[in-house]
Design a protein around this ligand. Structure first.
Ligand code: F0G
Length: 460
């Protein structure tokens, strides 16, 4: 079947409506042509992010009532610890308020100025956190990741030769950890194979460098492994996920993605030594060790969400829903990163609007046009988010990919919403040649790697 029916029914509805054209124009002006500047009521279908925007299950809402709000040693913390042990296999658990908080405490404890962190690719806030401690990420993803049209089952894989080269170039003493993002968000929500994770593990062992996973979308990654990695086809998603986790010394997690909560994050470590290295910063920035900036009820919902994220009927529908949107766009010839990612469609804005030079932010122009067309909100992930200035020459270094992302919220929108989104995008695609403007930055606060969130833009 091309359309997989939803494995849930709707118990509570949240009314949404389509603002008319005049309202949309007004909203764009008010928001300075930056989609982060729109208000929720300005939007009909909000695909800005899949982060914290999913619907909780009735079991999660029930768990919320069990929340124990004790400052230290809450029952809810132990429920979370047990779920982490069962689902992920780690003994040491640090709750944090979200993913970047997990990164802040981890990088702050382990990374020093001048360090390099080899990655497949980091996401924008992860990258900004590495800059924030005076270090830099080194992208070691396979070359296929940079070719949106090219099919590769594991386009998020680390190129082992690039990883070895990075270690040799910068030296073990400047590499406090290796990190692999599963799935690779910046590269199109593309998975990393279990075989690749095991190879990265071997390299980590060879040089004695800890391996961390940025595991925000670890269940979707495991589902792709089950469906695409021959050696794993008879394993359950839960078994595959455990096997992936077994490769890592520690993970940082934005629980707002696969773990199905509206707020929350985790650092999980294999050893007590690593746990105690990170923990003091948690107390400084997040809260005591057993709540880390979350309410007890959040910990309960997260414990339940971790168990739900590996349910195969849920995952199968989720991945199929994203693929359905991809199929509809593909039939109309809309260029996007192939194969479709786990959490989102990443439209290739450079191919969609080839007449707009990258310095005029085609991904963000596309975002404005898609909003204008159908009050659908996505997000540009191109030059505006990822261009950097070469410190030596002052030259702008543009990213290799210029993408516009439509992130699908978990358990939130129906397949017919996907049809509406496809129609909106296809309408813009049909009139693409008439889109003859770019965007320029009128104002942006000085903040390396973060200005796209706050920039004021205008058409030129
Ligand atoms: N790592 C990855 C791979 C992410 O995609 C994100 C967030 C983070 C870390 C940070 O987590 O938001 O909980 O602090 N990505 C969101 C997105 C915001 O839209 O893709 P956070």
């Amino acid at each position: 079947r091309r359309i997989q029916p939803e494995p849930f029914r709707i118990k509570m509805v949240e009314p949404v409506s389509i603002p008319d054209k005049a309202q949309r124009e007004e909203a764009l002006k008010r928001g300075h042509f930056n989609l982060f500047g729109l208000r929720s009521e300005d939007v009909y279908i909000d695909l800005l992010t899949d982060s914290g925007t999913g619907a909780m299950s009735k079991q999660q809402w029930a768990a919320l009532m069990r929340g124990d709000e004790a400052y230290a040693g809450a029952t809810s913390f132990y429920a979370l610890k047990e779920a982490v042990k069962d689902i992920l296999g780690f003994d040491y658990v640090i709750p944090c308020h979200q993913g970047r908080a997990a990164e802040n405490v981890t990088f702050g404890a382990l990374v020093k100025p001048g360090d390099r962190i080899p990655f497949n690719m980091p996401f924008d806030t992860t990258r900004a956190h590495i800059f924030n401690v005076g270090a830099e990420p080194v992208d070691c993803v396979i070359d296929e990741a940079y070719d949106p049209a090219k099919y590769h089952p594991f386009k998020g894989n680390v190129d082992i030769a690039k990883l070895e080269k990075a270690i040799q170039t910068y030296g073990v003493e400047r590499i406090p950890l290796i990190m692999v993002t599963i799935t690779n968000n910046s590269g199109g929500g593309q998975p990393v194979s279990l075989a690749n994770l095991r190879e990265v593990r071997k390299v980590a062992d060879k040089y004695g460098i800890p391996l961390f996973l940025d595991a925000a979308r670890m269940a979707e990654n495991a589902y792709f492994i089950k469906t695409r990695e021959e050696a794993c086809k008879d394993m359950s998603v839960a078994e595959i996920l455990k096997a992936c986790m077994d490769c890592a010394d520690a993970i940082t997690v934005s629980a707002k993605k696969d773990p199905l909560v509206n707020i929350g994050g985790l650092v999980c470590t294999r050893t007590e030594d690593l746990y105690y290295k990170i923990l003091p910063r948690v107390i400084l920035f997040e809260g005591f060790a057993t709540y880390g900036g979350l309410a007890g009820r959040d910990l309960e919902c997260l414990a339940q969400g971790l168990r739900e994220m590996v349910q195969e009927d849920y995952l199968s529908h989720r991945i199929a829903q994203v693929a359905y949107l991809g199929d509809l766009l593909d039939e109309a010839g809309v260029p996007f990163v192939k194969p479709t990612g786990g959490h989102a469609i990443f439209i290739d804005a450079a191919a969609f609007l080839p007449h707009i030079p990258q310095k005029y932010y085609p991904a963000d122009v596309l975002g404005v046009e898609v909003y204008r067309e159908g009050a659908v909100r996505g997000i540009g992930l191109g030059a505006l988010a990822f261009a950097t200035e070469d410190e030596a020459t002052g030259e702008i270094v543009y990213p290799k990919l210029e993408l516009f992302r439509l992130a699908i919220n978990r358990r939130t929108y129906t397949n017919s919403h996907m049809e509406y989104v496809a129609e909106t995008i296809i309408n813009v695609y049909k009139r693409r040649d008439s889109i003859r403007y770019g965007l320029k930055v009128d104002f942006a606060p000085a903040a390396k790697g973060l200005h796209h969130f706050l920039a004021h833009l205008s058409p030129v």
